[in-house]
Design a protein around this ligand. Structure first.
Ligand code: FES
Length: 566
């Protein structure tokens, strides 16, 4: 029997499907829809405006343009809300709620009668949440990113959230930017709607979605306020209607090969470390794993080609004008799986056959003259991180790549806040700062891995130190920062038992991170370690009971492909 379409899809079981359809159409008529429109294929538009999400300010306009495209192509557009996650407005961290949003998207796409869906998102966790949900619902889907912010100006300097937020705040902490100037900067960092203006997590994920082929070519980098973004929305609506006629499923687009292409894109753009987690979670929904050894091999053969902050100098508006994802893909072409299909049914090879009008080589370098000859991110292993850790070498200080240092340990986020700037903190520039209990189980994995340089060292001119934690780091941040240490401290990983004064060795060349204590001492300390108390009710309890570690993308165990019903 062929699958029911349009409003006939997924009728409520009353034992009389004609009655169920009659009832549904009656209620649809309450929205003023004509019978002719009710016969059309239905395209859902998942919308995420929220007064707690500045990045999504343009979602209503984009949704209207998507609906216009759907109507023009012969479909019936139906907007529906889902959870929206505005990075700066969520406590304890937006990461806690990515899986909640993914569940919302999956269930609402599956439960409501739509033949295809356009997913409008943008801020850091929203694009991965939508892709996780779409992969599990496996109904034809097009993703539309809201696009990045434009830059602001401050005393002749271009500013963009949020790399410049950090550099100005670091200067304020060091005493070189006073309170009056920092207040001025506050009003000049985030000056339009859209996602952060640099190659942070949001833009990285938009580039990944375009590379996977689930958003339209050429759309990842269009600024949020650009007319081309609205046109892309209209076109996304048209493509979604085409998908109702000739379905291409997310599971046909997100494959082991397209995920590897997406990893190459991540490395070539010097993208966010968070994308490693998100890509693992998206791929994990379809039974595709991300192997850290493979990541390192790909990283060693994929140069950084894009000169944007936080790795380089430019902003997303420059990347768009320079040629965007399409230009990077064309450089990477010999390294890519070209037979992956996109949401329009074309192979990546076919997509890349069309020549680009122009590429700004100041922003997007050729393979022969890269920003860095190796990829932006590496995975580390060793006694401190037996299941792995991540370092964004492209945004780190090479002089700190091969070092051994004394551990200065903070037991928790609260301990860090209480003591990092204490005048009597026993710390020197060549020490290694260690933060425990900021991983998924302990704290929902906030972006706390960018530990501040202790105030007394910052004032003395120290710009970077090796910092190690089980936390994440904002995609807009930089420094020699080892993240996602697994197993995390709260799961009883070696990180849990690091003590002040222990020696730690980092080798980016060998991709190792070692706690230099005898194995028997490590075992003795681990045997004495006690697990922290667990939350007992509500979403926090569900999260704590079921969240997987960073290498598995911090998804819930029952949402991965292994958690699926037979
Ligand atoms: Fe939304 Fe940075 S705060 S993308």
């Amino acid at each position: 029997m062929s699958e029911a379409k349009g409003l006939r899809r997924g009728l409520t079981h009353y034992g009389d499907s004609d009655f169920a359809l009659f009832l549904r159409r009656s209620f649809a008529r309450a929205m003023g829809l004509s019978t002719a429109l009710l016969e059309r294929p239905v395209v859902g538009i998942a919308v995420t405006p929220s007064d707690f999400n500045n990045c999504h300010r343009t979602v209503p306009e984009l949704a209207e343009a998507v609906a216009r495209g759907v109507l023009a192509a012969g479909g019936l557009p139906r907007m529906f809300p889902t959870v929206s996650l505005g990075e700066a407005f969520l406590s304890p961290t937006s990461m806690m709620f990515r899986n909640l949003m993914a569940m919302d998207v999956e269930e609402m796409v599956r439960a409501q009668p739509m033949d295809a869906v356009v997913l409008i998102g943008g801020c850091d966790k929203t694009l991965p949440a939508q892709l996780m949900g779409a992969a599990s619902a496996d109904r034809p889907a097009v993703q539309l990113a809201v696009g990045p912010m434009m830059t602001g100006r401050h005393r002749g300097e271009r500013l963009g959230a949020c790399t410049d937020c950090r550099s100005y705040w670091a200067r304020h902490r060091a005493g070189t930017v006073d309170a009056e100037e920092i207040r001025l900067v506050e009003s000049r960092l985030a000056v339009t709607a859209g996602t952060c203006a640099v190659m942070g997590t949001a833009s990285t994920m938009a580039c990944i979605a375009e590379t996977l082929g689930i958003s339209l070519p050429g759309t990842a980098a269009i600024p949020a306020v650009h007319a081309a973004r609205v046109e892309a929305a209209e076109q996304s609506g048209r493509v979604a209607v085409a998908l109702t006629q000739k379905p291409i499923l997310p599971s046909q687009i997100i494959t082991a090969e397209s995920v590897e292409n997406a990893l190459r894109m991540l490395l070539a753009i010097g993208g966010s470390t968070n994308a490693v987690i998100h890509l693992a979670a998206i791929a994990g929904r379809l039974g595709i794993g991300i192997d850290f050894d493979r990541l390192n091999r790909i990283s060693d053969e994929t140069p950084v080609l894009v000169n944007l902050k936080p790795v380089g100098d430019g902003y997303m508006e420059d990347f768009y004008a320079a040629g965007g994802v399409g230009a990077v893909l064309r450089e990477l072409r010999p390294l890519l799986h070209l037979d992956c299909i996109d949401v329009e049914g074309r192979t990546l090879g076919e997509r890349l056959d069309a020549p680009l009008e122009w590429v700004d080589r100041r922003v997007i370098r050729p393979m022969s003259d890269p920003v860095s000859p190796v990829g932006g991110i590496v995975a580390l292993h060793g006694s401190l991180a037996p299941q792995g850790a991540i370092l964004k070498r492209a945004a780190a200080t090479p002089a700190l790549f091969e070092i051994e240092g004394r551990a200065v340990v903070f037991e928790s986020l609260e301990d860090l806040s209480a003591r990092i700037d204490a005048p009597d903190l026993d710390v020197a520039a060549d020490d290694i700062l260690v933060l425990k209990n900021a991983g998924p189980l302990a704290a929902g994995m906030p972006e706390a891995g960018y530990l501040p340089i202790p105030a007394k060292l910052a004032r003395a001119g120290v710009k970077d130190m090796v910092r190690i934690s089980d936390a994440r780091m904002s995609g807009t941040a930089y420094g020699t920062i080892v993240l996602h240490v697994a197993p995390e401290a709260a799961a009883g990983g070696a990180l849990a038992v690091v003590q002040n004064g222990d020696r730690i060795a980092l080798s980016v060349r060998d991709k190792r991170i070692e706690l230099l204590i005898p194995p028997e001492e490590l075992q003795r300390r681990l045997a004495a370690w006690q697990a922290p108390a667990k939350p007992r009710r509500g979403y926090a309890a569900l999260f704590n009971r079921t969240v997987l570690g960073a290498p598995r993308g911090c998804d819930f165990d029952f949402l991965t492909s292994e958690g699926a019903d037979e």
